[in-house]
Design a protein around this ligand. Structure first.
Ligand code: PHE
Length: 337
């Protein structure tokens, strides 16, 4: 009997149980009424007393091993079955996808672009690393202008810097295209500023340029008013204040009227109710000449605004740095549900 049990142990060990069918066959072969174990116990009954003592323990151990194998395989096969059913259950709800959301700056940038597209403006983009000519000289910046200083601009080497505005893109457009030109240039710009809640060392701009015959300041006012009306809503009041930029003459700052009925608006408008949202002006003759455009034939206007500033206003975001931290709690608020 010893040899028989040892042989059977080897056979049991090698039994391959993969499917529930294999499992049932195994059960029938070893554990059922007419199975091997039952017949072994029948044989055991007929043994002499001394032999019973010898083989009883072995037989029980053998039965235990068969039971353990059976139960382990049963568990495994059942859990596989459940899993495969889960995958195949077509009535279960679908897996929830983790959708990202559009960044608030992109939302604002795209809605500004859409408005100018409707007004027939094209989009032009350029390099973030720019040479002195396109960022400063062509734009009529005098030799000693503070923006040319290391304090204000990130220079990479002499005459090469991170662009401080996207006006540089417009210089490239003027150099390469004949008027009429209607273009806006969105993009990231860099300034060597102390980072605070109101200013960052990089931000985004959308600048615009229109060049044609007989373009006047009235055209500038019309286009900017149309933009403001579309973006902020009808009946919004705007005003122009004289200003200075090297590349425009005359130059102006455009304000919108927010009112001062809340503490926030009072703070934002420094108690005046007015908030500056962009710089603008008629393109300086020198700039046209620098870019190869006949200033006797053509004139134009330009404007430029900061996307962060407008997004902060639109969404009531009080710290510009929040745009760049990518905190999921902020971004989630812009998810499309
Ligand atoms: N380039 C200016 C700036 O960066 C904005 C501007 C553009 C002003 C065009 C007037 C005309 O601040």
């Amino acid at each position: 009997m010893l040899g028989e049990i040892n042989n059977l142990l080897k056979v049991v060990k090698e039994e391959n149980i993969e499917t529930s069918e294999d499992l049932e066959n195994f059960r029938l072969k070893y554990l059922s009424k007419n199975g091997i174990i039952s017949s072994m116990f029948d044989k055991f009954k007929n043994l002499e007393k001394e032999e019973k003592i010898k083989y009883g323990k072995l037989l029980n151990e053998f039965k235990n091993k068969v039971d353990i194998k059976f139960n382990e395989k049963k568990k495994l096969i059942e859990s596989k079955l459940i899993k495969s059913k889960e995958i195949l259950d077509e009535s279960l709800p679908g897996l929830q996808l983790n959708l990202g959301s559009e960044h608030p700056l992109n939302i604002v940038k795209n809605s500004i672009i859409d408005i100018f597209k409707k007004l027939s403006f094209e989009i032009s983009e350029g390099n973030e690393i720019e040479d002195d000519w396109h960022n400063f000289t062509a734009l009529n910046f005098p030799e000693n202008h503070p923006a040319r200083d290391m304090q204000d601009t990130f220079f990479i080497k002499k005459d090469i810097a991170l662009r401080t505005h996207t006006s540089s893109v417009q210089v490239r457009v003027m150099e390469n295209k004949k008027p009429p030109i209607r273009t806006i240039s969105p993009g990231r710009v860099y300034r060597n500023e102390v980072v605070s809640s109101r200013s960052n060392c990089f931000f985004h701009q959308i600048e615009g340029l229109y060049i044609n015959k007989n373009v006047s300041f009235a055209d500038l006012k019309f286009v900017l008013y149309k933009f403001v009306e579309e973006f902020f809503g009808k009946n919004i009041k705007i005003r122009f204040r004289p200003s200075y930029f090297p590349f425009t003459e005359p130059s102006a700052e455009m304000d919108i009227y927010l009112g001062k009925d809340t503490e926030d608006k009072n703070r934002l408008t420094k108690g005046t109710g007015w908030l500056e949202i962009m710089g603008c002006g008629m393109v300086d003759e020198n700039v046209l000449k620098n870019c190869g455009i006949d200033s006797n034939k053509y004139s134009g206007f330009a404007f430029g605004m900061g996307v962060e500033r407008i997004a902060m206003l639109k969404y009531g975001i009080k710290d510009i740095r929040m745009f760049f931290e990518n905190d999921i709690r902020l971004l989630n608020q812009f998810a499309i549900l």
